[in-house]
Design a protein. Structure first.
Lengths: 800, 224
């Protein structure tokens, strides 16, 4: 396709020349699917939209022409602004609107009646639109779909849901063309298969990646602590960097660490540099305020988490600081890309290892970034829970033919390998619940009509199905508000599990303030300001990624060296100390340490198998300890080790780690454990077995709702072959289990287990004590503790 | 199985680990909030299709408790059925199992807020019941004494140095005992909820259900 003259003039007037990849997108405007890989700031979005603008400019017609989908609501608004400018300056008759969860009812209704030319939306809003009966009319005439930041969507179930939505759209709009945009892709052909409608081809366009980033470890002049998270030791050096740059983004891996860092940064901020905090647990108002101040150039730094990984063109960011090991090279590259959104200028980034082990990880990650060795695990086939939701949403849109829906679903990349039997099982689940017990006619959500099509038994159920759409299942959270005023300022949210550990008088950090817990009222956590007190640390569950095998191997290779000239002296000394006190882990051996600490016996297994596999190892080992009567209490896993604690000492760890026993334990383990129950809950919500807890539906009288654990236990007992349990197993295997990597590690080790007993925590084990995500073991030890606690409490209360 | 002994107005009671209450002297077993037919009611109303095994599970627990205590009287403290229609249309087999349990003993259905309607099953249907010094009713009344009730599904949390346990529990003080819900698909109301705090006197205990009945102070933070 030729670029219209108006466009040429507009480019020329601004002194711009069209990038080769932008030209290439125009040249291939007719391709059924295209994947563009271009660096941030490389005019990627405009490249995606150019064919649309050119087509509408040449032959304006009413109705929807292009659908733009991004993972972030904020991004749709930002893209809208950036796109309207050239459209207005070129005087093009093009209407651009966004539609997200924040769009008003009135506007949404109007959009359904009178579509703009370009609609900017999110996967969830698209799923909702497709669930309306008038979806065919809304999307009639749609020509192109642009999926932005497609690599981010492809990492989660949101991407699977989106691809099912695009399959539907392709049926509604034959000839629909798809474009995927991304800056960081480790496996472009896999992403192309994910995007394209089967069997359409998908060409991959790669833009000039621009100059290599300027990236280093921040020199603080001081050693990181022996253990600890958050990198607070580096605050003076970080403040110095903030002062020397226009705008700095300071990324943290967890919200709790961001909070602690932010508080201490302010305490040390003698020049009162304007610094703010941004993360997903803060109230929307608080986040928007920061975003606006940032856009207006009023802030010198923002302490943030993954909430700023993607999206908004902050423009003036000229430095990114990553605090804590990045764990994942792809994410690190993405974050580095947040600095300097100008093409052909290197992004500048500094890494701050939070402790000495992280120094090793950071050095390994730096090497990987320089070699552009991105990590990432293939996600495997599309999950069943998302398909169940899609089937219900299809029924909400109107009666459907099962054969046609199956054919359509299998055109979606993630569901290309879906078997008819699996599809039918999901359909049966959506229709009847899919239970082995078939006695009742009341278990019918979908019914077969005389014409053979499936329809909702009760059309009113469509509303409930729409309310439940989406694949993001969050932990139960409670709002935090300031007392005394009713409706006092909302500070943010904390997880219910954390709130439950608070007793009045406890203090914790939120939004950079220390607050005192006053009580829980109508599911709102009431707090008062309480400056100057040492706070508890709020536990916010965050997404955790496993380090790739390649990154782990880099670290183990580093350990083999006789000395470490590349590492800072403090870290080299620490490794040497570990070598003296115990030993360093080796690639073909397995190091296991045991030591007592604070009244508990500890067992540390250095498998270097990645977080998920180390977590599974923790589950299996604690299960075997439980049956051996060793009273395990819990464990925590990181990418390199699993730390187990319990009441009794483990004297023969090799017995716990033989491959045959572990495999047997694995089978029975799948039945009853916390990870499976957590996975079950989120799959059950997505599949529509349990309703989401929507804001406002939860009141103080909670007798009516019960925990999803009860459903899990019931199914395990009465219907162990149920589809939801299959799906839960599959999802746990994919995300949280990674058993294959344990087997690979044990096969490599071949029984060469080195057991080191020490009287206290070893240097290498120390950081594990600060890891979040401790998993309790429900077993005999728990009852022992309950008994002791009950005796003590009764005695204290004078009731015994 | 270890029960927890309680005394209420001179009656010696046992809080059983299952959540049932046994009064040996009167040969009386009390259970609260069975919510039989809950999954069925949700399915009937076009809601979610929960696993249809809750009634069977609840009855299995009840059978075990009756086999263990062989009571002459069974008192169901209301909300025995998830609604009146659920009582009329029990899942297949459930009604037979109930009738078998009722055979040869006195069986009292106390009316609950979920199942206030007319009776379809045999047994005695009462708004409340007095026996000896005790009164059995669905919802506790402030100011009453010697009262056994259900309704609230109380649940207690225990902090154990960084970890928490949450279990259905009895609440007991000098004036009353509130039973936990016995039904399979039942959630709970935290024992520190204001309504329970207002009902229960100082020195109230929460008796956790589980492998054995275990008493803890209902308000551990406010020990005297």
């Amino acid at each position: 396709m030729q670029m219209p003259e108006t466009f040429e003039r507009w480019f020329a007037a601004r002194g711009w020349t069209i990038h080769p990849h932008q030209r290439a997108m125009l040249d291939r405007a007719g391709a059924p699917a295209l994947l563009l890989i271009a660096p941030t700031g490389g005019g990627k979005t405009l490249a995606g939209f150019l064919p649309t603008l050119a087509e509408i400019a040449k032959g304006p017609a009413p109705g929807l022409h292009t659908l733009y989908i991004s993972p972030l609501k904020a991004l749709t608004a930002d893209i809208g602004r950036n796109l309207r400018r050239p459209v207005e300056e070129m005087g093009l008759p093009i209407r651009i609107e966004d539609r997200t969860g924040d769009t008003t009812r009135t506007q949404r209704r109007r959009q359904r009646a009178d579509s703009p030319h370009i609609l900017l939306t999110t996967p969830e809003s698209l799923a909702l639109l497709l669930s309306y009966e008038d979806a065919p009319r809304i999307f009639a005439g749609l020509k192109r779909v642009i999926v932005d930041e497609i690599h981010a969507l492809a990492e989660s179930k949101r991407g699977d849901q989106l691809m099912l939505g695009l399959a539907r759209l392709s049926s509604l709009c034959p000839g629909l063309r798809r474009v995927g945009l991304s800056a960081t892709v480790e496996d472009p052909p896999a992403l192309a298969r994910f995007l394209a409608r089967r069997p359409d081809p998908c060409e991959i366009l790669t833009a000039d990646p621009g100059p290599a980033p300027d990236i280093a470890i921040l020199d603080t002049g001081a050693a990181p602590p022996w253990a600890g998270g958050g990198g607070r030791y580096a605050i003076p050096a970080v403040l110095d960097q903030i002062a020397r740059h226009r705008t700095t983004l300071i990324f943290h891996n967890t919200r709790a660490q961001a909070e602690l860092f932010f508080r201490d940064l302010w305490l040390a901020n003698e020049d009162a540099l304007p610094v703010a905090i941004h993360h997903g647990s803060l109230s929307r108002e608080a986040r928007e305020k920061v975003e606006q101040a940032m856009a207006a150039g009023q802030l010198r730094a923002v302490v943030c988490t993954g909430s700023l990984d993607l999206g908004i063109d902050w423009g003036d960011v000229d430095l990114v600081i990553q605090v804590g090991a990045p764990k994942n090279v792809k994410r690190l590259v993405q974050r580095i890309g947040r600095a300097n959104h100008r093409y052909n200028a290197p992004s500048k980034a500094l890494l701050v290892p939070a402790n000495r082990f992280e120094v090793v990880e950071c050095v390994a990650a730096l090497q990987a970034v320089r070699e552009n060795d991105l990590d990432g695990e293939p996600r495997g086939p599309g999950p069943g829970d998302v398909l169940c939701q899609h089937i219900l949403a299809s029924a909400a849109a109107g009666p459907f033919d099962a054969d046609a829906l199956f054919a359509e679903v299998t055109t979606a990349g993630p569901y290309a390998g879906l078997t008819r039997a699996r599809f039918d099982a999901c359909l049966d689940f959506a229709a009847t619940g899919g239970y082995a017990l078939r006695a009742y006619d009341r278990w019918q959500r979908l019914k077969r009509q005389p014409d053979g099509r499936w329809a909702l038994r009760d059309p009113r159920a469509a509303q409930a199905i729409r309310m439940n759409l989406g694949t993001i299942v969050e932990e139960e959270k409670l709002k935090v508000r300031l007392k005394p005023a009713r409706g006092g300022a909302a500070l943010g949210e904390i997880e219910e599990a954390f709130a439950a550990t608070l007793t009045p008088g406890d203090s914790f950090l939120i939004g950079g303030q220390v607050v005192r817990y006053e009580g829980l009222r109508e599911m709102v956590v009431e707090v008062s300001r309480s400056p100057g007190r040492e706070p508890k640390i709020a536990v916010f569950a965050g997404t955790k990624f496993a380090t790739s095998t390649r990154l782990s191997d880099r670290i183990l290779t580093m350990f083999r060296a006789p000395d470490w000239p590349d590492l800072p002296a403090h870290t080299a000394e620490w490794l040497a100390l570990q070598r003296d006190v115990s030993r360093l882990p080796e690639r073909d051996r397995l190091l296991v340490e045991t030591f007592p600490h604070e009244g508990r016996q500890h067992l540390c297994i250095y498998g270097f198998a990645g977080r998920n596999a180390q977590q599974t190892l923790g589950l299996l080992v604690t299960q075997r300890m439980e049956s051996a009567g060793l009273a395990p209490l819990g464990f925590v896993a990181t990418d390199y080790a699993t730390l187990v604690w319990g009441l009794d000492e483990v004297t023969a760890p090799a017995d716990l780690l033989d491959a045959t026993g572990l495999r047997a334990a694995f089978e029975s383990w799948l039945a009853g454990n916390a990870v499976m129950k957590r996975t079950f809950r989120s799959s059950a919500v997505i599949a529509g077995l349990i309703a989401r807890n929507l804001p406002g539906t939860r009141k103080t009288g909670r007798q009516a709702t019960f925990s999803s654990d009860i459903l899990y236990d019931t199914l395990m007992k009465y219907d162990p072959g149920h589809l939801m349990l299959d799906i839960t197993r599959e999802e746990a295997m994919k995300g949280l289990v990674d058993f294959g990597r344990i087997e690979a590690m044990l096969a490599r080790v071949k029984g060469r287990i080195d057991h080191v007993r020490r009287p206290r925590v070893t240097p290498l084990a120390a950081p594990l004590f600060l890891e979040a995500g401790r998993i309790p073991v429900q077993g005999a030890a728990e009852q022992r503790l309950i008994d002791a606690a009950a005796d003590r409490l009764m005695a204290e209360a004078g009731l015994a | 199985m270890t029960a927890h002994p309680l005394t209420l107005s001179g009656a010696l009671l046992s809080a059983l680990p299952s959540g049932a209450l046994y009064w040996a002297e009167a040969g009386l077993l009390a259970v609260a909030d069975l919510h039989l037919g809950k999954a069925e009611r949700l399915a009937r109303r076009g809601g979610t299709l929960l696993p249809p095994y809750d009634s069977a599970e609840t009855l299995t627990r009840l059978e075990a408790e009756i086999a263990r205590t062989a009571p002459q009287v069974v008192v169901c403290l209301g909300d025995s059925f998830d609604d009146d229609a659920a009582a009329r249309a029990l899942p297949p087999g459930a009604e037979d199992r109930l009738l078998r349990l009722m055979a040869g003993r006195r069986w009292v259905w106390i009316a609950g807020n979920h199942d206030p309607g007319p009776a379809t099953l045999p047994g005695t249907h009462l708004a409340e019941m007095r026996q000896g010094p005790l009164t059995f009713r669905h919802i506790a009344r402030p100011g009453e004494t010697a009262e056994i009730s259900g309704h609230y599904h109380p649940k207690a949390r225990l902090s154990l140095g960084g970890r928490r346990v949450s279990r259905p529990c009895f609440l007991a003080d000098a004036a009353r005992v509130i039973l936990p819900a016995f039904g399979a698909y039942t959630g709970g109301l935290a024992s520190d909820a204001p309504v329970l705090d207002a009902l229960m006197g100082p020195g109230a205990v929460a008796i956790l259900t589980g492998p054995r009945a275990l008493a803890v102070p209902m308000r551990p933070g406010r020990a005297r």
